[in-house]
Design a binder for this molecule. Structure first.
Ligand code: UD1
Length: 418
């Protein structure tokens, strides 16, 4: 198993670029299928989740090449196919192929999706939105099968699921008639998918609100698009500065929406500056605790920053409590932080944190992508050496995390084992 070795304790500071957003790229890859031609994506992150999705798409006849952040896709020869467990099981984003293939071909099938193990992650809402758009969907042992060209309709989401909203958008853009999605997720990545689709000829309004309105068009056209920076990766590197008493200058952050994240950094006492393309975080002399931090859908504090903030608050002065409302079992980081001397406990959906002055090095293991990032943060500020196992989880979403931490002054290296 691949792992990262870190000699902790250095102040982390420096000037680093921000990678493109994973959660924007994955739905846009699915959307490219609707474009029926060449799509060029700039600032595309080279991460395992993107590679897995491209691999799945290759089985459906989509050709792609990704070099130096530029992804070129040719979807003109795409054909409908069944994405088996070895394809769909790898990344959660794969479920979005259902909406895209149904939208283009009126036909899609896939095994139940995979991704990080952070709760039950059912797909009932994905199935519901496709049914609301008048397709015939059956759930079988081998997976989900959809038949029929979608028609416009009213989609009501009882919970603002990011993926289900994206699937509804993907299925509706080339459907006959008007679709109204009520209770839509407002995450910036949903908006980015809609902006990409509009650039390719879709007619979507209400972007960024709970009510998305889509007037179906006959077809989309080839297009070029630049992916926005990743707000969660940004939050992770800003946390590195905050936890180590340093200062990080983050470049390529134009249009990156940090709502919900900045508030928590300000609450711990960090100072943040921003101009059009740069974000700067300067650590406070002493990190303050946060009495109650609640994860919830956008614009609240994002669940994808929860593990990193748990690590940060474990070295803040005082008591903090985190309430995880989005995923029911996302505190895998807690037992690992305990091995590093953190005074953190998990009670159901809560993490109870009493800040300690110092963490110490230990051998720890990531259980999902963000817990892996959180453990790298904790190890970077701990006294002594740590080994963080489960590098494969981290590589799903972070492009060259060790290279970036080295730029910030960390002593870190990776041992890759097949
Ligand atoms: C997306 C993000 C993920 C992020 C999450 C919440 C991608 C590829 N991943 O995941 O990084 O943590 O949003 O911001 O964009 N749910 C159901 N039934 C469904 C769908 C979801 O009950 O059919 C539940 C989930 O189990 C979870 C909650 O809804 O408890 C949120 O899930 P959702 O917003 O759909 O997240 P994802 O799209 O999977």
């Amino acid at each position: 198993m691949s792992y990262i070795t870190i000699e902790g304790g250095n102040k982390l500071e420096g000037d680093i670029p921000l990678q493109g957003s994973k959660n924007a790229t994955l739905p846009i890859l699915a959307a490219s299928v609707l474009c029926n031609g060449t799509v060029i994506l700039k600032n595309c992150p080279d991460i395992t989740d993107v590679r897995e999705m491209l691999h799945a798409l290759s089985y459906a006849g989509v050709r792609s090449s990704l070099h130096d952040g530029i992804l070129e896709l040719d979807t003109s020869n795409a054909v409908p196919c069944y994405f088996g467990p070895e394809l769909a099981g790898k990344t959660r984003g794969g479920v979005l192929l259902l909406g895209a293939f149904t939208g283009r071909f009126g036909e899609a099938g896939m095994a139940y999706p995979g991704g990080c193990v952070i709760g039950a992650r059912p797909i009932d809402l994905h199935c519901k939105v496709l049914r609301d758009l008048h397709t015939t969907l059956t759930e079988e042992e081998e997976g989900v099968f959809v038949k029929g060209k979608p028609g416009g309709g009213h989609v009501f989401l009882s919970y603002p699921s990011v993926g289900a909203t994206e699937n509804a958008v993907l299925a509706a853009v080339c459907a006959g008639g008007r679709t109204v999605i009520s209770g839509a997720a407002m995450e910036p990545e949903v908006s980015e998918l809609c902006r990409f689709l509009n650039r390719a000829g879709a007619k979507i309004s209400g972007i960024g609100t709970r009510h998305i309105v889509i007037d179906g068009v006959r077809r989309l056209h080839e297009t070029e698009y630049t992916i926005t920076g990743d707000r969660i990766v940004a939050g992770t590197y800003l946390a590195a500065a905050a936890m180590s008493g340093g200062e990080v200058i983050l470049r390529k952050t134009r249009r990156v929406c940090m709502k919900g994240i900045f508030e928590s950094f300000r609450a711990v006492g960090a100072r943040i500056y921003r101009d059009c393309d740069t974000l700067v975080l300067k650590a406070p002399d002493t990190l303050h605790s946060i009495p109650e931090l609640v994860t919830a859908p956008f614009p609240a504090f994002p669940t994808d920053m929860q593990s990193q903030m748990t690590a940060l608050l474990s070295v803040a002065k005082g008591d903090s409590r985190i309430y995880e409302t989005v995923f029911e079992s996302r505190f895998g980081v807690v037992t690992e932080l305990q091995k590093m001397g953190a005074d953190v406990r998990n009670r159901g959906r809560f993490a109870l944190i009493h800040g300690v002055e110092k963490l110490h090095g230990a051998s720890v293991a990531a259980s999902d992508l963000r817990s892996g990032a959180a453990l790298v943060l904790a190890a970077a500020v701990a006294e002594g050496q740590s080994k963080v196992y489960g590098y494969d989880f981290i590589a799903r979403g972070y492009e060259d995390i060790c290279g970036i931490f080295r730029l910030l002054g960390a002593r870190i290296e990776i041992t890759e084992e097949k």
